[in-house]
Design a protein around this ligand. Sequence first.
Ligand SMILES: Nc1ncnc2c1ncn2[C@@H]1O[C@H](COP(=O)(O)OP(=O)(O)O)[C@@H](O)[C@H]1O
Ligand SMILES: [Mg+2]
Length: 345
Amino acid sequence: MITTTGLTKVYRSHGRETVALDGVDLHVREGEVYGVIGQSGAGKSSLIRCVNLLERPTSGTVTVDGQDLTALAGRGPRAGRELRRARSRIGMVFQHFNLLSTRTVQDNVELPLEILGKSGKERSRKALELLDLVGLADKARAYPAQLSGGQKQRVGIARALAGDPKVLLSDEATSALDPETTRSILTLLRDLNRQLGLTVLLITHEMDVVKSVCDSAALMEKGRIVESGTVGDLLATPGSRLAAALFPVGGEATGADRTVLDVTFRGEAAAQPVVSRLARTYNIDISILGAAVDTVGGLQVGRMRIELPGRYEDNVVPIGFLREQGLQIDVVGHESATLVKEAAK
Ligand SMILES: Nc1ncnc2c1ncn2[C@@H]1O[C@H](COP(=O)(O)OP(=O)(O)O)[C@@H](O)[C@H]1O
Ligand SMILES: [Mg+2]
C-alpha cells in the first residue's frame, strides 16, 4: 500500500545541509498497522511528511496505493490536481491535533470536505457519521477548547478520515496524552484499521505503542531503516534490537565470567523444564534473571533471561542444546542491551 524506494531528504538552510533521510526503502502492506520507531532526529517525521508529499523528497520514489506520488509532484496543474486528489486519500493525524480553535468540532471535521468541494448537506452528514465513529457524536457543537486532549485527538482522527482515506499517517499522535488516553486512542486506531481496512503508518518513540497495536515495525537511525519486519518475525530474529526493546526481560549479568541468554518461546511452549534439563545434563548452575509472558502483535510470547557460568565460548554446547529443543536463544550482547535501556527511559 505504501512503498518508498531510495528515499532521501536533504534540508538546506543557512548554507547548512542536513541529511534527514538517507535511502529509505519502506514497504507497508495493505491493511496493516506499521510502526516506525526511533530516537528524536532519526528522520521519522521527515519520512511521514515525504510519504504524503507535504515535504518534497530530494530523491527516490513514493508510491501509495499503486500511484507514484513523486511523479506527480511539480509537474504542472493537471498533475497537481491529481496529486491533491491522491493526498486527500491519505489521512494525517498530528501530535498537537492542529484543530482550528474558532471552528466547532463539526466544522473542523468538515474542513477537508469543504476543500474537496462537497455540498453542505453532504459535509454535515459525513462529519456527524465520523464523529459518531470516534465516539464524539455529542460534541459536534463544542469548540476545541472545551475538549480534553484525548477528545481533541479523536476530532483530529475524524477529520483525517473525512476524505475516505485508505491510508492513515500518524506522527506521534499520542505523545501529548496521558497513558490511559493513549491506550484509548490506540484502541481506536486499531479498531478503525480493522473495521475500515485502513492501512496505518504510525510514528512513535514509545515501544509500548508498537507492542500493543502494530503488525510490523521498523527501527530508524540517522535517516535509515536499520531493522524492519512483522513483529512476529522480529521476535524470531536472533539479535534483533527491536525485539529486545519490544520485550525486555531485564536482569544483568552478575559477574564478568558469565553468559546471559534470552530464551524466547511461543504460545504454549515453556522454557522452564528445558532449562532444568539443561542444568541436570551439563551439571551447571543456571540462574533465572528475569521472565515475562506477554502478548506482542497478537502473539503470545514468553521470554526468560538466564545466566550460565563461564564465557560464551565455554557455553557453545549448552546453547546448542537449547536451540535443539526449539527455543530461540539470543546471547545478550552490547547493542540490544543499550536499546532496551533507551526504550525504558
Ligand atoms: N524543516 C527542516 N529544516 C531543516 N532541518 C530539518 C527540518 N526538519 C527536520 N530537520 C532535521 O532533519 C533531521 C530529522 O528530523 P525529523 O524528521 O524531524 O526526525 P524525528 O521526527 O525522528 O525526530 C533532524 O536533524 C532535524 O533537525
Ligand atoms: Mg518527529
